[in-house]
Ligand binder design. Sequence first.
Ligand code: C5J
Length: 227
Amino acid sequence: MKLGKIFAEPYDLDFDLDTTALVMIDMQRDFVEPGGFGEMLGNNVSLLRSSIEPCKRVLDVAREIGLFVIHTREGHRADLTDLPLTKKERGHLKTGIGDAGPMGRILIRGEIGHDIIPELYPIFGEPVIDKPGKGAFYDTDLLGILRNRGIKTLIVCGVTTEVCVNTTVREANDRGFNALVPEDCTGSYFPEFKKSALDMIKAQGGIFGWVSNSKNVIDALKKAASQ
Ligand code: C5J
């Protein structure tokens, strides 16, 4: 056991390095990069890109100390058989999921835009979870992977705060995990939604989990690893 404590809200989170995982949610080119699907929809991707550096710092330390790291990608099969019609039709987009976009077919596995940004690219031994929904547990093997490793605590980074990050934290809570989000390691196209999404997680004594920042996480991980 390598026990530690992360300074966090609403109170400090106790963890054991051996049962903790870092989960990087959907740091995909189509969401984060200029010229991708997100920007094509009129979003300011710099609001998401500010999370890359803090994510990289946490990821580097996680790799250095041998923490279990998992990445997720939101996307669908090329034949669209796993894409609910409701998701396809939502928003009445002229160019939507499965259509030709600026970085290949939008949110289709194997396309350039669907892939993870080079700055945070997975390395050998880091599972990549392909998810058809917003939450990382829905219709994926994430729960099995976490259980097989005896994971209890999740440090959840990525985008967007109020959609896939928040949904995953809620799913994790219902499945008995403690989840913490470092606020500078996540981003939203809507800053007010980011704030609300984080507030919702830590409200009512941490009804869904904890909120902290990359510095606190890194300090705690390094300290626990040095014991
Ligand atoms: C994610 C989305 N990853 N905003 N997807 O949050 O549609």
